[in-house]
Design a protein. Structure first.
Lengths: 240, 1026
């Protein structure tokens, strides 16, 4: 009986110790493995995602086109109007008539500089050190009933994102990103769910949720993902 | 034998796990709390620190509401400490690296109601994440200073426990940024360190004040031989006491300040037999007494803030009862002007922006104020919802009102919901002083009962706010009445005409407090040695009724029998009567037999509404240094007791509450958290879901009609969890089901409960409203990691009405269906957004089917929608007329969108084909055709508008105006709207005909011409010709 108790105690201690020794890298690596592994992610040159954001029956079609380290473009079709945001390593443009913009506007230098880090289609956590980012383990925190691992990633350009990783599946459940833009601190929380494995061997969340207020989310449901499809260079050039 | 033991052990484990509830905070998922605030009366502010470099990043420490951060000089705030102890004693920012912030928990304004901390915390990322770095048992921390020349050196002044002896007091020092701590100055287990300052020019010079103090439940003492002023020249290794020119000991609490720009200049306000101010010009080696105004020297135990301007050694600030400032180094003081409005009394924190010393932030018992003129006038910061409620109550109006009394902020009430949300201006103050019980009369909607400290209660007419004192007076044989600081006022749970209050006796009135009958003997221990409040305060007399003792504190009439009344006292008695007060039985010994320490304060009593024999009670023993959570239940009229146990419990208990419907659902509020049990108290869990995890929950009410859970917190205002019915359902077996859709009551069809008045709130605290349309709620036992969740609504013909993505979180999920159809998909093009694409007609009353898809599984449940009978201006006939026209317009919009898309398609095809054509003649024909289409399209929707303020109006815009007006209004369409409908129908038909004519003119011709060019096209013809 004593032996049994000791064994339990030993196991408990071991558990605690393992818990503490789990470093940021270990968790990041387990997460990368859970979403298809580093090798598969490093093969991703481009991603085209089609999705729909729905709210009260109103659909907004969103297409995101990203080419690794080359450019990203988001097209949003809102109430019959085309809106887009383009970001490349050297320039960016916004055309958001939904916000009252009547012309294509270039992004500020600051926005371009900060956005450059986000042209990474291979996942910011993959080879993060080589990319100049830094990672910190912040312990555990409850996310909607799951005690998640909390990893803080500081991108080279300064943007800070905290990842909340499910301790059993090592999938990302939530991220919060903080950035100072035009003297304002912007915080963005995003939820991820419905992970699906793609033929390329990587897993991606097919639902992305953005909170609108207590107890309310706007969900984007991804309907199609195309990997490594040729993307014409004109995609990342503004045209009204 | 081992085998046998092992199998027994396994068996019992599996048995235990079988019977254990799997319900916890996560189970309640999106059942999230609403913070009502308000910000109009805020709460006690204990610390304010700003980032010197930017002058706009602020951290506000509060007495019971955690830490709030602003990055915009106070325009907005966010709470950043909601997972930790909410009582903040001190804050410090490492100004050389301002992302490093220290927070000491446990306020040090040692009043009777002060909370207790659990250590020191550090953040290295400007408050996003916190780590506890020690000093766990200090309970109270008054100041943290960082060596400006070496950020690794940190001093922490810890007065230490208020209610007991403790070795965990003194001045602590770390030389490694808080990793390890040594005690730099320790006097005794009775005297701690109250203040610390460093000489910025030579940080090895350290000044510290020590303080001997103690509270008992019935007495306060400030002062003793352990109090003094000390100086170290070697970074706290050795100390000498400063005495030259200071008064004879004993001292009480000393407030000490040095002038940062000339640090040999010091000022001290020394509590002594005769409390005075002292000025030193030689680093404390000698002191000169200086007479000062009453505000400067009064109540030293509570007012310990003294600040000298960072640049001007002559400018001295003394935030105390009111705000005093000096321009001559403390020789004379002036009072702040009232020009900018009243500044709440009782000041405890001041931050001066060192780069703009005109800019000051002041923390008071009623919130934060900003001055831009060196403290002469002040602007109130009205967006900090950190009010310290003692009790809350509700009435039966629709929407119901919430009533409550607050520490140093009187008694207030406000609606729980209101058009445009519940904002600061919706709160009405009805009575002054410190507010406690504020109780509406259940039988008279114009009357509420309120009080200030020491039982000074009144009947308030809510129409005029005129009040009449109803405090019972002592009869000849009664002796002096002893009123608790927080005297109970109780209205009958069975007979709402009964009004009760208690001194040492219980009083009852059946005529709104006009006349009273004493219905008990002295129910307390009447222990004379606990009744010497006249001697309270120590060196400075302080007898504000806060220490009144041997009094009644809790009263509850049984909801089942008005003759059963339970009474709890602050000195440990728990008594009941079953005959309306003729005879009384004390069950204190029975609770003690279950393990409750003697003389423990009875903080609440809750007779069950399901069984007369069942009684719940909460007990608070923190005034004897015991912080354990004591919650008990008796099922035999108090003969035997069970004290609830849980690993989850933190904090001494203020309140236990039984649900109104499910007897197994219990709630408990403590000084450090809100807890619930769905197993009748067998297991407990901490409630989170936007309730700060260590919230100081003083009171809990459940509304009988709306099923809202209303919390009175002592630092986060009123917190409401709207409609807890899912908690009741989950208290049974439901939580074991993988998926469960909660019962849906028939819903009236309406666009929410309120309009919004057209303008958003202009600042202050805005609490919003409960959801205007009841949510569809479902339970998921586990989070859905793969697979989708979808909610679809079908009509009785099985047609899909609307589809919505469903959330996937563990526990209760909420999806809001707006009771409308799916809007038509907007046609592409044009220069204006199609606003009509956001609108769909409201559905009609009837039975709909809710289909919930979770992965591959489907669950169905009917939803019954009914006409909104509460809207008397909108009859069912009106609804039918509105719906008919809405549907016509909806279909017209669909037709018009189709027409536009056809033109879009034709133009696209012409453009693509045109690129392959070589013949100039054919090219020209295509161009002419396209031009005709473009001219036509330009009449269908706005194509020229270049500014959002220039209103180009074409057919789509005209149709949209009528459609959104009719479909968006709960009103019968007007005569002119119906006429307009006809004219638009004509316009749409004409447009269709026009398109047909253009097609007829060009389509075949163009196709043939292109065919000759070798370009074949799909049918270039219109389908909209009817």
């Amino acid at each position: 009986m004593k032996a049994l108790k000791l064994a339990f105690l030993g196991a408990a201690l071991l558990g605690t110790m393992t818990g503490f020794s789990q470093t940021a890298d270990e968790i990041a690596n387990k997460h990368i493995d859970a979403i298809g592994g580093k090798d598969n992610w490093k093969k991703i040159k481009s991603v085209i995602m089609d999705g729909t954001m729905s709210f009260q029956g109103i659909d907004i079609a969103v297409t995101t086109t990203s080419v690794h380290n080359t450019g990203s473009r988001q097209d949003l079709n809102i109430m019959g109007q085309a809106n887009y945001i383009i970001m490349t390593p050297t320039a960016g443009w916004m055309y958001m008539p939904v916000q009252g913009q009547t012309n294509v506007e270039p992004m500020t230098e600051e926005m371009v500089k900060k956005g450059a880090d986000e042209l990474d289609t291979q996942g910011a956590l993959v080879d993060y050190k080589e990319k100049g980012h830094s990672l910190e383990y912040l312990g555990k925190e409850d996310v909607e009933g799951t005690e998640c691992h909390k990893l803080k990633l500081t991108l080279k350009g300064g943007k800070v994102t905290t990842y909340f990783i499910d301790p059993s599946s090592f999938l990302l459940l939530k991220s919060t990103a903080k950035q100072e833009v035009n003297g304002q601190e912007m915080e963005m929380t995003t939820g991820y769910s419905n992970y699906q494995k793609l033929p390329e061997g990587i897993s991606m969340p097919m639902t992305i949720s953005v909170p609108l207020g207590p107890g309310m989310n706007a969900d984007m449901v991804i309907s199609k993902i195309q990997i490594n499809k040729e993307v014409p260079a004109t995609t990342f050039q503004p045209a009204k | 034998m081992k085998q046998l033991l092992l199998s027994i052990c396994v068996c019992s484990i599996s048995l235990v796990s079988f019977s254990q509830s799997n319900v916890n905070s996560a189970t309640f998922g999106m059942l999230e709390a609403r913070w009502l605030g308000p910000g109009t009366m805020s709460g006690r502010i204990t610390a304010i620190e700003g980032v010197n470099k930017d002058g706009k990043t602020l951290y506000i420490g509060t007495a019971g509401g955690g830490i709030w951060k602003s990055t915009n000089a106070g325009a907005s705030f966010k709470p950043i400490f909601d997972r930790y102890c909410q009582s903040i004693g001190a804050l410090a920012i490492d100004q050389s690296k301002p992302t490093v912030v220290y927070a000491g928990t446990g306020e040090s304004n040692m009043r009777n109601s002060v909370s207790i901390g659990n250590g020191l915390y550090k953040s290295t990322d400007a408050g996003d994440n916190w780590t506890k770095i020690g000093l766990d048992s200090t309970e109270h921390i008054s100041k943290i200073v960082i060596d400006p020349s070496n950020s690794n050196i940190v001093y922490v002044a810890a007065p230490g426990p208020l209610w007991s002896d403790s070795e965990h007091r003194g001045l602590y020092k770390s030389t490694d940024g808080g990793k390890t701590w040594t005690k730099s100055l320790y006097i005794s287990d009775k005297a701690g360190c109250a203040d610390v300052s460093l000489d910025p020019n030579n940080p090895n010079i350290v000044y510290a004040t020590t303080w001997e103090f103690r509270r008992l439940p019935y007495l306060f003492n400030s002062g003793g031989k352990g109090s003094g002023i000390f100086k170290s020249m070697d970074g706290g290794k050795t100390w000498k006491e400063l005495t030259n020119g200071l008064p004879a000991k004993p001292f009480g609490r000393t407030a000490l300040a040095l002038a940062p720009s000339a640090p040999e200049n010091l000022i001290a306000i020394v509590e002594a037999k005769d409390t005075k101010m002292y000025i030193s010009k030689d680093g404390g080696e000698s002191w000169k007494e200086q007479s000062a105004t009453l505000n400067v020297v009064s109540r030293p135990f509570y007012f310990s803030t003294l600040v000298i301007d960072p640049k001007d050694p002559k400018r001295v600030y003394r935030p105390a009862f009111s705000f005093s400032y000096s321009d001559d180094g403390g020789y004379s003081f002036a009072e702040a002007s009232g020009e900018g409005g009243w500044v709440h009394s009782d000041h405890h924190a001041l931050w001066i922006n060192p780069n703009n010393t005109n800019q000051l932030y002041l923390g008071t018992d009623g919130g934060v104020y900003i001055s831009l003129d060196r403290g002469v006038t002040w602007i109130f910061v009205s967006n900090l919802p950190v009010g310290q409620f003692y009790h809350v109550a509700v009435d039966n109006r629709e929407p119901y009102n919430i009533y409550g009394g607050l520490q140093d902020n009187g008694s207030w009430y406000a609606p729980s919901a209101k058009p445009n949300g519940v904002n600061n201006g919706d709160w009405t103050a009805i009575y002054g002083g410190d507010g406690f019980w504020t109780v509406p009369d259940p039988t008279d909607p114009n009357i509420a009962y309120a009080e200030y400290q020491g039982g000074n209660m009144a009947r308030v007419d809510l129409r005029t706010l005129k009040s009449v004192s109803i405090k019972p007076q002592a009869a000849a044989a009664d002796g002096k009445l002893r009123w608790n600081w927080n005297t109970p006022i109780h209205t009958g749970q069975k007979n709402p005409k009964n009004l009760y209050t208690g001194a040492q006796y219980l009083f009852k009135s059946t005529d709104q407090g006009r006349n009273w009958v004493r219905i008990s003997p002295d129910l307390t221990t009447n222990d004379k040695k606990k009744q010497e409040q006249d001697n309270s305060g120590g060196l400075s007399a302080d007898n504000t009724s806060a220490e009144n003792h041997t009094t009644i504190f809790a009263i509850a009439e049984s909801p089942l029998d008005e003759n059963i009344i339970w009474v709890g006292t602050d000195d440990g008695n728990l008594q009941y009567t079953t005959d309306g007060g003729k005879t009384w039985t004390n069950v204190a010994a029975n609770v003690a037999a279950a393990g409750l320490p003697a003389q423990t304060w009875v903080s609440s009593v809750e007779p069950s509404r399901f069984d007369k024999q069942v009684i719940y009670a909460s007990f608070d023993n923190h005034m004897y240094g015991d912080h354990k959570t004591y919650l008990g239940k008796s099922s035999d009229m108090g003969k035997t007791w069970t004290l609830f146990k849980s690993e989850e419990f933190t904090g001494f208990a203020h309140k236990i509450k039984e649900d109104l419907v499910n007897k197994d659902l219990l709630f408990a509020g403590t000084e450090m958290g809100m807890f619930a049990s769905v197993t009748g108290g067998r297991e407990w869990f901490r409630m989170k879901n936007r309730i700060p995890e260590y919230a100081l929950v003083r009171d809990i009410v459940i509304h009988p009609k709306t099923h809202d859970l209303i919390l009175g917190t002592h630092g986060r205002g009123v917190i409401v969890v709207d409609d807890i019915r899912p908690m009741r359902e989950l208290a049974g077996e439901t939580s074991n089901k993988p998926v469960h859709i909660f019962a849906l009551a028939p819903q009236p069809i309406r666009d929410g409960q309120f309009g919004n008045g057209g303008f958003p709130p202009t600042g202050g605290w805005s609490a919003g409203n409960p959801a205007g349309i009841p949510p569809i709620q479902y339970y998921l036992k586990d989070r859905i990691m793969s697979g989708d969740v979808k909610v679809e609504i079908f009509n009785d013909k099985g047609e899909l009405i609307q589809s919505m993505p469903g959330s996937k979180r563990k526990g209760v999920n909420k999806v809001y269906w707006n009771q409308r159809m799916t809007p038509n998909k907007s046609a592409a093009g044009g220069t204006k957004m199609d606003r009509g694409g956001m609108v769909a007609p409201q559905v009609l009353p009837g039975t709909y089917t809710l289909k919930l898809t979770v992965g591959k599984e489907e669950y169905k449940q009917p939803i019954v929608l009914v006409h909104d009978v509460d809207n008397t201006t909108y009859s069912m006939e009106d609804r039918l007329a509105q719906h008919k026209v809405s549907m016509e317009l909806y279909n017209m919009q669909k037709d018009l969108n189709g027409l536009i898309e056809e033109v879009n398609g034709e133009q696209k095809l012409l453009k693509e084909s045109g690129e392959k054509i070589k013949s100039e003649k054919v090219k020209k024909l295509l161009k002419t055709y396209n031009q005709s289409l473009e001219e036509f399209r330009a009449g269908l929707l706005a194509t020229k508008q270049t500014s959002i303020f220039a209103d180009e109006e074409q057919l789509r815009e005209r149709l949209t105006e009528l459609y959104t007006t009719i479909a968006g209004n709960e009103a019968r369409p007007s005569n002119l709207q119906l006429e307009r409908l006809q004219s638009l129908q004509g316009e749409l038909s004409a447009a269709k005909a026009k398109h047909a004519a253009i097609s007829k003119q060009y389509a075949d011709k163009v196709r043939q011409a292109m065919a000759k060019e070798g370009v074949t096209t799909p049918a270039l013809k219109t389908t909209s010709v009817k």
